[in-house]
Design a protein around this ligand. Sequence first.
Ligand code: TRP
Length: 335
Amino acid sequence: MINDKKIIFSGIQPSGNLTIGNYIGAIKNWVELQNDYQSLFCVVDMHAITVKQEPATLRKKSREVLKLYIASGLDPEKNIMFIQSQVPAHAELGWILNCYTYMGEMNRMTQFKEKSTKQNINTTVGLFDYPVLMAADILLYQTDLVPIGEDQKQHVEITRDIAERFNNLYSEIFTIPEAYMPKFGARIMSLQDPTKKMSKSDDDENSYITLLDDPAKIERKLKRAVTDSDTEVRYTKEKPGIKNLLDIYMSCTNTTVTQAENRFKNCGYGEFKQEVADAVIHTLKPIQDRFRELDNDKDYLDRILKQNAERASEIANRTLAKVKKKVGFVIGENK
Ligand code: TRP
């Protein structure tokens, strides 16, 4: 705990343009948590390079994600918001934890299996090792809660196992973190295949809406969203496309299922989609305006990046020093 507040850590990869799925499923919830917790929000660029990235794009995206965090209402003074690679402790602890993680448990990671079969050639060791770096992210800050989507649950489980193993071997070095699933909006689905999560790295641009899409694009993508051959706007598993659009609508307008269903009772899909588009445009407008302001103030962002990397390092290095001592590294004055 810092200042008597529980600690939250979460992160997003700068591997594409942030989507409304990232906003509704993650950032919007973080905005609500930031007053009650000491929060760290990371841009995990070291995770992003587990698959091939174009260097100039990665650099640009890392800064962009941070600007979008701020534009979405996350306060860079209250929270610690930083870029992972600017805090070397992540790589250092990641290595050490590798040596306390078993191949057997890593072989069970379902996300690696999915990602590596999709790529099938030249899968890197980094991609396999991804969960250990994530464990380092979380454990460096003595994190209590990790807000994540369903797909990251297994990674928090392995983080807990590694932490418990380390603590049992040495002493209570790490806080054992818990996954924290948001009550609503954990999963916004692809607009083109509503059985799949909306992903910023999807090849099909029509499957997602980014936080920086202009109104015309948002309308176009929503009009093309896959629905079904029925005409009724109802919130049910049997209508995954409509359900997804309703989830987006409800989140943007802060309404309930009943309110939304009533609103669209006698609506055709065309009219419904237009309303969803209007709600998304309205929600994104202030974020886009603020983003543009930040875009024009490079010095401000540089300052935030530097300050926050220092604040993060200070906490991370405290944990790392304890770990190094326990595992037997020569540090400073000890002989
Ligand atoms: N693996 C997470 C994702 O892709 C991102 C991430 C990296 C993360 N480190 C983290 C999330 C630590 C929570 C805590 O969604």
